[in-house]
Write a protein that binds this ligand. Structure first.
Ligand code: Q9C
Ligand code: ZN
Length: 667
């Protein structure tokens, strides 16, 4: 159990899985799906002409585009291209009440059920309770078939009967909500399918791609707080002037609570978006995030009102574009893709696009895509906005510019060329900015020019590390102790929990060590008499022996075990005056500590000593390994000091333990 937990955490940290935070609460899945060594093959096509048995019975310009011919003409065109016979026919079924209630309330289900027996007058009245909806006596039956068809498709794919497939259904689903029909949609086919797949197959990551031209707000509402379902939708938006006119369709609706980052909206603010705009959104938003998410199943809310000629969408994407969109998605989730029809009101465009989708699912060669391959300015703006909004949640968006490995602030800029080329030399923080920062907690200091300059270097580099613009850094500072005090303050203000501070040499630091937010280790030449060792203050008395290069005894035998026990989120190494360690010892320390705190290390050097700066910079940027020459044992004095500290502190820092003597079980 403990190992499983550790593995899960480790996988999560490495982006191999996403924490769903709810897997334990779900009942055990009824069936486990297996990733069989051979990929499943075949494409399912699910269609039943019973779903053409309802239509608008009265005059309503808002709804008159949603006609039975949408299904009939799509299926006719599939037959025409001989695609039907190449697919595996899977029969439809009704979705059960239990399945419908995975998303909808029983009250709403009863309302829909009651429309079966209504006359036209009553149907009109029910329809008026919803936005852009009409009911017919057969609507309920068809809506149940649409749900069942979608679930049949999910079952066919998850059982390995087919690799992928498409369900041609009416009514569509993505606008419908827990308690409401909306935008021609009655039951939310795709949302129900996602909940069903989670339950039945224990899936932890499902990707829903909604390429319909309308925002599937119904789907967004269902999964807003759910990190196990990533919902992506692009939609005609026109700065909220297009139906359904919702503020929450904009790019900044990223999800809520645990679901933050798992809702991706690409609002199109102009009509006329075409092939290159759609492809750009896939390349720069959906696909990078999807590859990082690693879905186990893809559901496509496959609406074709985003295609050319559609009266609703007014967009320009040609049918070939849908072949390419399908092709990209087929590379994810081991090919497990279920496309479920949503909108699409231009019969010719709709049916050609459906054919392109099915043809691609069958793995025919891709058609060439027409048009100049350049996204329009408005599309680029939207893409940039979504990427910006999602930067905090996705690594693929976070590291736009690769962060520098090592940032350095040195006193003599003329020495910059002596550092490894990968080291980025910082210009100082703007002086006024710094004064403002410092005066916020020490007015007196602002008057001391020397201290200010000293601070400048340290804070400039520290800031880079905290903001992850650099991995580690090095700063020369003439008054290291003052700089450190401010640097630590800055770290805690930034929200760091544990800072490991290793001071090499003599230095007087007035620091509050009680709360464990920092652990101070002082490696010094002479015994500190006035301070006694405690959990968070450790004085390591080390006398370097010029002939023997064996500081690694101290690093391995004491410093690393304590540091690993502490688990810092940042490390600061301060090299002060009268240091008892040579250049090699300091480099060694710097190299080995990089295993901690995601390698976030700041080295502050008091004396301007380019040789030291150079070798620390090499250690930080990883261009060299430490050099200690031939092995010689450490002096008796040093060995005893390590042993003494180990005995004294192994109760507090348990990684120090390497002997069963003094072992107190359970402590
Ligand atoms: N004047 C789907 O594509 N249009 N639904 C309302 C208001 C409603 C679209 C126009 C469009 C619904 C599944
Ligand atoms: Zn639509």
């Amino acid at each position: 159990m403990r190992e499983a937990e550790l593995l899960r955490v480790s996988l999560r940290i490495h982006g191999l899985t996403k924490e769903t935070g709810r897997e334990n609460k779900e009942a055990a899945p009824q069936q486990r799906y297996k990733d069989s060594p051979a990929m499943a093959s075949g494409t399912a096509l699910i269609y039943d002409d019973e779903m053409t048995s309802y239509k608008l019975l009265w005059d309503d310009p808002e709804c008159d585009i949603e006609v039975p011919e949408r299904l009939l003409s799509s299926y006719e065109q599939l037959k025409h291209y001989h695609l039907v016979e190449r697919c595996i026919h899977v029969p439809v079924r009704e979705g059960t009440e239990e399945e419908i209630m995975l998303v909808h309330s029983s009250e709403y289900l009863e309302v829909v059920k009651s429309t079966q027996t209504m006359n036209e007058e009553e149907l009109r009245r029910v329809s008026e309770n919803y936005d852009a909806v009409y009911f017919h006596p057969n609507t309920y039956r068809c809506a149940k078939l649409a749900v069942g068809a979608t679930l049949q498709l999910v079952d066919s794919v998850m059982s390995g009967k087919v690799r992928n497939g498409m369900a041609l259904v009416r009514p569509p689903g993505h606008h419908s909500q827990r308690n409401a029909a909306n935008g021609f949609c009655v039951f939310n086919n795709v949302a129900i399918a996602a909940q069903y797949a989670k339950r039945r197959y224990g899936l932890q990551r499902i990707l829903i791609v909604d390429w319909d031209v309308h925002h599937g707000q119904g789907v967004q509402y269902v999964f807003e707080e759910d990190p196990s379902v990533l919902y992506y939708s692009w939609h005609r938006y026109e700065h909220q002037q297009f139906w359904p006119l919702l503020r929450e369709s904009d790019y900044d609706a990223v999800g809520q609570g645990k679901g933050k980052g798992f809702n991706l909206n690409v609002p199109w603010n102009k009509v006329g978006m075409g092939n290159s705009d759609y492809l750009a959104a896939f390349f720069h938003v959906l696909l990078p995030v999807a590859f990082e998410f690693v879905p186990e199943l893809i559901l496509v809310s496959s609406g074709y009102d985003s295609g050319i000629g559609d009266p609703e969408g007014q967009m320009n994407a040609t049918p070939e574009c849908f072949a390419h969109l399908t092709h990209f998605l087929m590379q994810l989730a081991n090919g497990r893709l279920c496309a479920v029809l949503e909108g699409g009101y231009h019969l010719k465009s709709l049916s050609e696009s459906v054919c392109m989708t099915v043809k691609t699912l069958l793995r025919d060669p891709l058609p060439q895509i027409a048009g100049e391959m350049a996204p329009c300015l408005s599309a680029i703006e939207s893409i940039q906005n979504v990427r910006g909004a999602h930067k905090p949640y996705w690594k693929c968006l976070m590291y736009e510019v690769p962060p520098v490995k090592t940032a350095a602030a040195i006193v003599s800029k003329a020495d910059a060329h002596l550092l490894p080329v990968s080291v980025q030399v910082e210009m100082e923080m703007n002086a006024q900015e710094l004064k403002t920062f410092v005066s916020a907690f020490d007015v007196e200091l602002v008057k001391e020019e020397k201290a200010l300059l000293s601070l400048q270097n340290v804070l400039a580099v520290l800031d880079k590390i905290l903001k992850k613009k650099a991995c580690n850094g090095i700063a020369e500072s003439s008054v290291a102790s003052v700089s450190i005090t401010f640097a630590l303050k800055h770290c805690f203000d930034f929200g760091l929990q544990r800072v490991l501070c290793i001071v090499v040499g003599d230095m007087d630091l007035e620091l509050d060590l009680d709360d464990g937010k920092m652990l101070l280790m002082n490696i010094c030449q002479k015994q500190q008499t006035e301070k006694t060792n405690s959990k968070y203050y450790i004085s390591l008395n080390w006398k370097e022996d010029a002939e023997r290069n064996n500081f690694f005894c101290a690093v391995l035998g004491f410093i690393l075990p304590v540091a690993y026990s502490y688990q810092p989120d940042l490390m600061i190494i301060v090299i002060g005056p009268n240091r008892s360690l040579g250049v090699n010892g300091i480099s060694l320390l710097t190299c080995l500590l990089q295993g901690l705190a995601e390698s976030r290390i700041l080295v502050v050097i008091q004396d301007t000593e380019i040789k030291l700066v150079q070798s620390v910079a090499k250690a930080l940027s990883g261009v060299s390994t430490p050099d200690f020459g031939a092995y010689t044992p450490a002096s008796q004095e040093n060995v005893l000091e390590i042993k003494r500290l180990r005995d004294q502190l192994q109760q507090e820092w348990k990684m120090l333990r390497c002997s069963v003597r003094n072992w107190v079980s359970g402590s």
